[in-house]
Design a protein around this ligand. Structure first.
Ligand code: NAP
Length: 284
């Protein structure tokens, strides 16, 4: 193995330490989570987020609704949380049951409390080259690239995956940082032709082994966002022998995963700073 493994666990622990101090200064930061239904993966994510929030001193408020919850009832809860002074950030865990229009729920969240960065206002800011609250996984990836001093400006970045939560916002952040960005997806023809060009390659697909060593440029930086739970544990999107080709690689687990949680907590603190007037929130 030649690649330096990018240690998301260590960096996330450091970031959480820094956040603790800010939270003490702010006095109170409240994060409300809403879980609809009993999807096992969502349960795990909510549990992890609560544990991490409590460790840094964020008051995490857990709302659970049955899978049969009507859309109007969920929107009503979000509106109550918007008005609740104790709540600085609102996170509605996705996926939502099929009777619920996810876009309507995201639109109902006060953009100042939108810690997942999925409100059209937050997404629009990013599109315009500005940042308010940005989805946590892309933000976590950018922190990791920064920590390992990976050059971005002028480099070729290829993002495989175009979801609104990961691929698309990450491509926009890399573009803001002056990379030349290509976005690939399930309809991309000859994926390797694109990935082989990448100085920074991000895999955000959810298909173990979709990136093999012959698809990676020598000395590239490879970020593996994928998480697939299998009987033999958690798998990323990137084959293990990519470590022989890449210069930097994020491990799974221990790479992007912990950074996502740390960045989410960071968004909670940012939301609290907006709400206390300590950081200017752009006018809507
Ligand atoms: P998603 O919404 O399912 O998006 C997957 C993307 O991959 C889509 O854009 C899809 O293309 C593309 N894709 C599917 N098959 C492909 C193929 N054969 N070649 C190229 N592209 C392909 O998933 P997501 O929410 O973005 O998450 C992606 C992965 O990251 C999942 O494994 C998820 O569990 C993981 N994740 C990890 C973290 C973390 O903290 N580490 C956080 C969030 C997500 P189309 O758009 O054409 O369908």
């Amino acid at each position: 193995m030649n690649a330096t493994l990018m240690d998301g666990t260590a960096l996330a622990a450091r970031l959480r330490g820094e956040l603790k101090n800010e939270i003490v200064e702010l006095g109170h930061v409240g994060l409300a989570t809403v879980l609809v239904g009993d999807d096992p993966a969502s349960e795990i994510y909510i549990r992890l987020k609560h544990k991490a929030a409590e460790e840094v001193g964020i008051a995490a408020i857990d709302h659970r609704l049955p899978s049969t919850t009507p859309e109007d009832q969920l929107v009503e809860l979000v509106e109550q949380l918007n008005e609740d002074e104790e709540v600085d950030g609102i996170l509605v865990q996705t996926p939502l049951p099929e009777q619920i229009d996810e876009a309507r729920v995201m639109r109902a969240i006060d953009p100042m409390k939108d810690v997942d960065g999925l409100h059209p206002f937050s997404a629009g800011q990013l599109y315009l080259g500005r940042q308010t609250l940005v989805p946590a996984t892309p933000l976590g990836v950018m922190h990791l690239l920064d920590e390992y001093r990976i050059p971005i400006a002028g480099q070729r970045a290829v993002v495989v995956g175009r979801s609104p939560l990961v691929g698309k916002p990450l491509a926009l952040l890399l573009l803001q940082a002056n990379a030349t960005v290509t976005i690939c997806h399930s309809r991309t023809e000859d994926l390797a032709r694109h990935t082989l060009d990448a100085d920074i390659l991000v895999a955000a697909v959810g298909l173990p082994g979709v990136i093999t060593s012959d698809m990676v440029k020598q000395r590239a930086t490879v970020v593996d966002v994928g998480i697939t739970r299998t009987d033999s544990g958690v798998m990323g999107d990137v084959e293990a022998d990519v470590a022989d080709v890449a210069a930097f690689l994020t491990p799974v687990p221990g790479g992007v995963g912990p950074m996502t949680i740390a960045a989410l907590l960071g968004n909670g603190v940012r939301a609290a700073r907006y709400r206390r007037g300590k950081l200017a929130f752009p006018r809507i």
